[in-house]
Design a protein around this ligand. Structure first.
Ligand code: ZN
Length: 366
């Protein structure tokens, strides 16, 4: 590595090693830095009132989890939590050496933006790569029509095209029975491609997972949420590691499915009458834990399982120097203990941010 990039990968590299910092990873596993496509870095939700507002993320919550690239979003609460605040927090994390991007907008339509429009947010704000998470099939969303959603997707698409970004539309998929029906309607009735959408929480139920698998077979992408509250599996949620195995058993394409942590989101549980039963918080550490479970418990191939938090989200988000260990790519590297797959060393844009499982970079007030 030199500066922020991977300079060479070879059996033998002829160079004067005396001038270099050598990290001996013999006997270890070396992975690309993890890509987490949904983190509520300024906290998300708070559906049980003000005392249930989740806090901001610390840089070490991410580095200890091996996350070097992430996309930040608002959520249910776009009143007390704002996009300027989200962007400022992303800049803070980038200052610590991570690669943090943001989505414009929130759960709700009409879209809130930083500049005068969604198109200009994506085109002119370096960190802004798309919009979301826009809520569908959820009582907390704005209940958008296909036309309203199509207008937002078209704006994001044009903003992305004009700036060489994905302009991706992150979709929060709620528990209502229509599943991904609204996205299908947009794709059927307009010329917006199915790949413009990136629906998440698809492991919320078996019905939604099956609908999601069908969505990928039509060319779309889906994302599964690794954070879960203790009771969520009682309500039909499927553990990510098991959902990934099921996806592959049903001829799913590994380049169309990813995991994200939904870190620092509130995880409310509602009863059948819509009353809040309990509330928990999403953890960034769950991202790799679910991949580890997919490898150890579900016996999936390491290189295959790893794609859902490396190359696949990097490709969907159009981050061309992320998610792979290749010459010219960003020097984002996670080194793991081979026996228990614990994260030992993390390098982000060429800087060591975790060593011997201890953070070497901390927030000023941590
Ligand atoms: Zn969500």
């Amino acid at each position: 590595m030199c500066g922020e990039k991977i300079l060479a990968i070879d059996e033998e590299i002829s160079i004067d090693w005396n001038h270099l910092n050598v990290i001996d990873a013999a006997g270890k596993l070396v992975f690309p830095g993890f890509v987490d496509s949904l983190v509520h870095i300024t906290g998300g939700g708070g559906e049980g009132g003000f005392d249930t507002r989740t806090p901001e993320v610390n840089v070490t919550d991410l580095t200890k989890a091996g996350v070097t690239t992430l996309v930040a979003a608002l959520g249910t609460d776009s009143i007390s939590r704002s996009l300027p605040n989200l962007l400022a927090k992303a800049k803070e994390l980038n200052g610590f050496g991570l690669s943090c991007y943001v989505y414009s907008g929130s759960y709700h339509l009409p879209i809130k933006t930083i500049t005068e429009s969604l198109q200009s947010d994506i085109m002119l704000i370096q960190e802004c790569i798309g919009v979301g998470e826009i809520a569908i099939a959820d009582h907390r969303g704005s209940q958008p029509s296909y036309r309203q959603l199509a207008t937002v997707a078209a704006d994001a698409r044009v903003g992305g095209m004009l700036s060489g970004k994905s302009g991706i539309v992150s979709i929060h998929t709620g528990p209502s029975c229509e599943c991904l029906g609204l996205l299908r309607e947009v794709v059927e009735k307009t010329s917006i491609p199915i790949t413009q959408f990136y629906p998440t929480h698809i492991n919320r139920s078996q019905k939604l997972l099956d609908d999601g698998i069908d969505f990928t077979k039509k060319g779309g992408y889906i994302d599964l949420t690794t954070s879960s509250s203790p009771s969520s599996f009682e309500f039909g949620e499927i553990k990510c590691s098991k959902a990934l195995k099921y996806f592959l058993e049903n001829d799913g394409d590994i380049t169309r499915i990813s995991f994200s942590s939904d870190g620092h989101a509130s995880l409310p549980e509602f009863d059948s009458k819509g009353q809040l039963k309990s509330i928990d918080i999403g953890l960034e550490s769950s991202l790799f834990e679910e991949v580890r479970d997919a490898i150890i418990e579900e016996e999936l191939d390491i290189a295959l399982a790893l794609k859902v938090i490396t190359s696949t989200p990097a490709d969907i988000l159009k981050l061309p120097t992320k998610g792979r260990l290749k010459v010219g790519f960003d020097a984002d590297i996670v080194i793991l203990d081979r026996t228990n797959l614990s994260v030992e060393t993390v390098i982000s844009r060429g800087n060591i941010v975790l060593e011997n499982s201890e953070p070497t970079v901390k927030g000023r007030f941590e």
